[in-house]
Write a protein that binds this ligand. Structure first.
Ligand code: NAD
Length: 270
């Protein structure tokens, strides 16, 4: 046996090296999840709470649904607060961050999940369709990262997870606005990862493929079948499957990952 191999074997057989269970733990942490009244945001808020975080459940309009997420977390023994804000408006960003800090005293985890689509072929795309998607899917994420990073820098620790899309990597038809915003989010993720690394803050992105939520509800059977054709796992993913990845990236288990884009897409993009 080569000496280098002996060294590896010796290292992994040290006490504690493989006997300790891996914990995806966010106990004692405070998370702000945008667009958390439904879909991927809701699943993420519930999963973070399940793993021990206090959660600010941000929503835009669906007061009852956001209240139901808070109630579900509280029934499970967790802590949560619902925060209403239209994140297109810059003044609402600082209000949202303040509401979270007022409720729980700090912010350890930001999940930029809120997003919209306004589909149209590029040559027909209206200025408003372009601007609205860029505002929500990219600019609001930038503003929230800026506001929360200042708090995380003081804490010398933080986790930011941005919800991008497979569309950022492939360019979806009729989605020049969405593909551009989600690709922009990846550039923002990487620059922020470099700038914030020295402050103990990691910044990563997830790139979901086809996920069963309100966003994909309008697809008829033929459209679903067509979109599934290139997916090796041959099914839509669930919001919980995206949430599991987000919780991992928000936990200490992912402490050596930053600036990464992780796909959760059934193998669509590989
Ligand atoms: P969804 O439509 O159920 O959720 C979107 C959320 O964003 C909603 O809660 C909505 O209220 C919120 N939102 C939209 N505009 C807002 C605004 N101006 N202010 C505040 N909140 C606003 O869809 P989803 O599938 O759960 O999407 C969540 C994220 O995942 C989005 O960023 C989406 O682009 C991304 N994504 C979804 C899929 C998919 O197949 N479902 C695939 C890739 C990426």
């Amino acid at each position: 046996m080569k000496e280098s191999n002996q060294h590896v074997l010796k290292k992994v057989s040290q006490p504690g090296a493989i006997s300790e269970p891996l914990t995806i733990d966010v106990r004692g942490k405070v998370a702000l999840v945008t667009g958390a009244s439904r879909g991927i945001g809701r699943a993420t808020a519930l999963a973070l709470a399940h793993q021990g975080a206090a959660v600010a459940v941000h929503y835009r309009e669906k007061t009852a649904e956001a209240g139901a997420v808070v109630a579900e977390i509280e029934r499970g023994g967790g802590r949560a607060v619902a925060c209403q804000a239209d994140i297109r408006r810059p003044e609402n960003i600082s209000m949202l961050v303040e509401q979270t800090v007022t409720a729980f005293g700090k912010i350890d985890i930001l999940v930029n999940n809120a997003g919209i689509v306004r589909d149209n072929f590029m040559i027909f795309m209206k200025e408003e369709e372009w601007a609205e998607v860029l505002d929500v899917d990219l600019t609001a994420a930038f503003r929230l990262m800026k506001a929360t990073a200042r708090i995380m820098m003081r804490q010398r620790r933080g986790r930011i997870v941005n919800v991008s899309s497979a569309a950022a990597l492939t360019g979806d038809l009729r989605r020049a606005n969405y593909s551009a915003a989600k690709a922009g989010l990846l550039g923002l993720t990487r620059t922020a990862a470099r700038e914030l690394a020295g402050s103990g803050i990691t910044v990563n992105a997830v790139a979901p493929g086809l996920i069963d939520t309100d966003m994909t509800l309008s697809l008829d059977d033929a459209a679903r079948a067509k979109r599934l054709a290139p997916v090796p796992l041959a099914r839509f993913g669930t919001a919980a499957e995206v949430a599991a990845l987000i919780v991992f990236l928000a936990s200490d288990a992912a402490s050596y990952m930053t600036g990464q884009v992780v796909g959760v897409d059934g193998g669509l993009h590989m």
